[in-house]
Design a protein around this ligand. Sequence first.
Ligand code: AMP
Length: 213
Amino acid sequence: MTGLTLALSKGRILDESLPLLEHVGIAPAGDIDRLLRVPSTRADVSLVMIRPADVPTYVEHGAADLGIVGKDVLMEHGGSDLYEPLDIGIAQCRMSVAAVKGYVAPRNRRLRIATKYPEIARRFYAARGEQVEIIKLYGSMELAPLVGLADQIVDLVATGNTLRANGLVEVEKICDISSRLVVNKASMKMKHAAIQHLIDAFRDADAKRVRAS
Ligand code: AMP
C-alpha cells in the first residue's frame, strides 16, 4: 500500500488545519462533519477525523501514517513511539497555571490542581518539589477554582479571554504550545519518499503562512 492516511484532530485544530492542507494541495473530498474517514482531493492521501487525545495512538499503531496534533496532547501522552518532524505553527497557545485573582496559597494542606492534563501538571509541580493533589477534569477547568474544587488550574490559554471572563489570572506559563506533524516510525521507513515530500510541503506552507501574516 503506497497511499498515506493522515489523522486530523477534530475541533479547533481541524479548523486551522484545513487552510494549511489546502496549501499542501489536500482538501477533504467528503463531509468531514459527519464522516470519520474521507478521501481527499489527492488520490494518494486519505483523511481520518479523530479526537485529539487519540491521534498519537492511531499514529503509533500505524492506523494512520501521519497526524496533526497539539503539543499539549503529545506531552500528556508521554514517551511517544512516533516521530515529530515539524512544528506546523497552528493553534498556538500556552499551557499555564491560573488561579482566582488575589488568590493566596493555603498553608495547612497541599495545593489542589484541577486539569485535563494530569501528567503535565504532575511533572511541572514535581520539578519544583511541590507536593500537590491533582484533580482530573474533562472540561471547563475555569469553574473549579470558582466553586472551591481547586486552588489552581493547569490549562491552555490563547487570548486569555476565558480566564478574564471568569475572574481568573494567569499565575505562570508552563510552556508554549502549537500543533505538530507526527509520523509513524515504520511508515517513515516504508513510505519515506511520499512522507518526506509531504513534510517538505507542510514546511513550505507554514513558511508562506508566516510570511503572509
Ligand atoms: P482563550 O480564551 O482564547 O484564552 O482560550 C482559552 C480556552 O480555549 C480554554 O478553554 C482552552 O482550553 C481553549 N484553547 C485555547 N487554545 C486551544 C488550543 N490550541 N487547542 C485546544 N483548546 C484551546
